[in-house]
Each structure stands twice: as structure tokens, then as C-alpha cells.
Design a protein around this ligand. Sequence first.
Ligand SMILES: *Cc1c(COP(=O)(O)O)cnc(C)c1O
Length: 464
Amino acid sequence: MASDIWTVVGDEVGSLLHDLTTRRVGVSASEEALAQWIESFEFDEPESLDALTVRVSRMIREGIVHVTSPRYFGLFNPSVLEVGMVADALAAAYNPQLAVHSHAPVVAEMEQRVLQCLAGVLGLPPDGTHANFTTGGAEANHSAVLVALAQRYPDISRRGIASLGTTPRIYLSEEAHHSFVKVARMTGLGTSALRPVPTNEAFALDPFSLEDRIRRDLEEGGDPLLVVATVGTTACGAVDPLIEIADVARRFRTWLHVDAAWGGAAGFSPRLRPLLAGIERADSVTWDAHKWLSVPMGAGMFFTRHPDAVRRAFSISASYIPRSIARDDADGYTTTMQWSRRAIGLKVLMSVAHLGLSGYARLIDHQTDMGDRLRALLTGAGWETVNATPLPLVCFTHPRIADGELSTRDVLEFINARGRVWISDVKLKDRDPVLRACITSYRTEAADLRCLVDELERAVAARG
Ligand SMILES: *Cc1c(COP(=O)(O)O)cnc(C)c1O
């Protein structure tokens, strides 16, 4: 019966959600058990779908870090909204092909509709903005550099980097995302094109150092192609000063890219929106839905106000796509890095439609409140916070860690072995590592924070 398997899947998801809080956050299976499970796939004989689903579900339950737990305080991996699971199931079932508009016109239009709405949430101009979904922030950042190159050097797609006669430079803070290292390699610019700019005491890019760096490069014959400003750095949630950076970018006619992979969600919240002031001057923006919008991976977004440069970077015609169905302005394969593309945007559209903008504002504000509360709880318990950001990401240490009596690694080993919560550590500039806790789940409540602080206290006490 076709319906039976969906009962099995439904029961699985139901029980996952039911005991999300009490479940061990970290991997619970031993390495031996994992190895045995993997070897158990011999692929010789067919296995019933029911049995396979139950078996694989158990392996996943015990063999992953549960990033959807309200007690996962790790990297920017969210608890997923149920609406996103439903949308992804529909996308898998219907398998709409987004490479060409005419194959899935209604889904292509849904994607554009929600992108237009989200461009508005960021404060980007509604007209003239090109937007598309990507697999994630890394692809969006890669797209930004390719489109900036196409804009600056109209002939580059034919003649290549070697023909430029100058060295394009990319400026970014020391805290910017490492995807730009890969981008520099993949674009052929090379990692020496990346010009790290020092940060201030809040770990935000210092605009004076940026200007300085650009001037020095110009004197040496380099070409300042692009400046990256980050809203919500991965390590400590720092927000680069967009307006000052936009001023520098304009002065040197440099493309301004804002990497708001996580922090873009500030746009939903009247309280946080001021952090995005200046983003409307960006040439391009990265924003991930699979981070703070709580949709399943992978769903990134790329926005730019240079649709012509997008076309120069990506447009192509292929003989196997009949002219009769081609729509150059709207076919995904002519405006993005991808060819075949799944309906990434369906889960984003359905999530925004289901929660509404007000629902997202509440979700973002709730997590922000939880971040403030965690900061207060930690300080009250004798911990020291070392970063200052309104976003719910707390970097902190303990006097006994600072004194060298125990290390962040000791704390993490203790906590992650117990498995009640999950956190990580991070190195900021040349300081010693500190602990890092991010509110990544809209389900996190005060009791979960108390559990985290309790675990931290135990970790310190365990060291006598
Ligand atoms: C996560 C992140 C990225 C990379 O995005 P993916 O979706 O993981 O590819 C880029 N920049 C920032 C600031 C991020 O936080």
C-alpha cells in the first residue's frame, strides 16, 4: 500500500519532534557500532522500504549531532520548521526542474515571488534587483565574485583572467567567511587576491584600515575589485559597519558585497533592522534561508542590482534546449551557476507564507531574547563574555580558563561526552580560544539555557 510507508515516515518524524529536548544532542552510537551499520549495507539483495526506512532512521538518530535540538548551541544550523519538511517532501515527489522556466513555471514564479519579498525585508530596491536561490552561502559568495568580475571586465568570459593586465583584489575582514578562500581558488584569482583587513575591538572590519589597504594596492598596480562586508560573522556574530564601508567602496569604485548569510534575518525584526542600514547600497548580497530562517539545508540566496552583469557571467545557449521553450531572462541555467536545479525556493516560500513576516519577526526576536538571557545568565554565574553583538551568539570564557587552569577543550570534552547540550570553541584574533554558544533553534527556551549553564558549571567543577 502506497500509504503505509508515509505512516512509517510520519511516525518517525513525530517521535523525532516529540523527544527532541530529551534526546542526547551528540552522536550516541560508538564508532564500532557505526562501522558495523555501514558494513551492513551489502546491496546484494533488495530490502523492503518499510524495514529499510526504520533501519536507516535509527542509524541517523544515533549517528548524528542533532542540530535541530533546542540544546544544540553550535554553528548556524537551525531547528527546521515542519512546513519546510513538507515543502521538501513535495519538491522530492514532484521533482520540478528549475533549469528552464517552462518546465516548472509555477514554481519558478513562486521562487521569484518570495525572493522579491525577502529583498524587501533586507531593504534592497524592489525593482531592478536580480535574485536567485543557491545551494548555500558559499555558492552565493562565489556568484558575487563571478558577477563582479563580469561587470568590471566585460571581456573576461572570453579572454580569461590572464588577459587582464592587472591583479583584481578582494578586501574582507580577518573574520570573514572562509568560503572566499575557495572562491579565490575556483575563480582563478588565487588566494593572494584576498586582502585581509584588520578588525576593531568588536571584531568588525575597520574602514580606515580598508581604505589604507586599497590605497597601498593601487600604488602597486592592483585593482580593487570587491569589498566584502559581513553581517554576523561566523565566529562571533560581528557586524561590519556597512555605511562606512559603502563610502569607501564608492570612493574607489569597488563592488560592495554584503555577506549576510546568517545575519540577514535581522531584517525581519524592527529591533535588529538598524544593523542592516547601508545594505541597500550593496552591489550584491548573500543570505542563507537554511540558517536563521529555519528551513532545511540547502537554501542560499543571491541578490544583485546588476542583472546585466549576471547575464554576462552566466548566460549561454544550449542546442538541446529548444528555442521555443527558452526564456533567456528567466531560465535558471542562464542566470546562475547551476544547471539542473531542485525547487530550493519552495520551502522558503511555504515557510514565509506559513509564518508570515510577523511570525518570522517573533521567531527572530525570541532567539535574540534568548541570546541576551544567556549572556546575563553566564555573567551572573561568573563567566566573562568577550564579544559584543546584538545577535544571539555569545563568546565567553571563565577566569579559570583565562588563568590556564583548564582549557576550552577540557570543557567541551566534558560537556559533549555527557551529551545534554552541544557547544563549540573558537579562536578570535590572536587570543586564546574561548567558548562559543549560538542560539540556533527557535525552540530554545529558558530551561535549555539553564541546562547549558549548569553543564558549564559542572565542567568547571569537575576539574576540582
Ligand atoms: C555559513 C556562512 C557562509 C557559507 O554558507 P553555506 O550556506 O554554508 O555555504 C558564508 N558566509 C557566512 C558569514 C556564513 O555564516
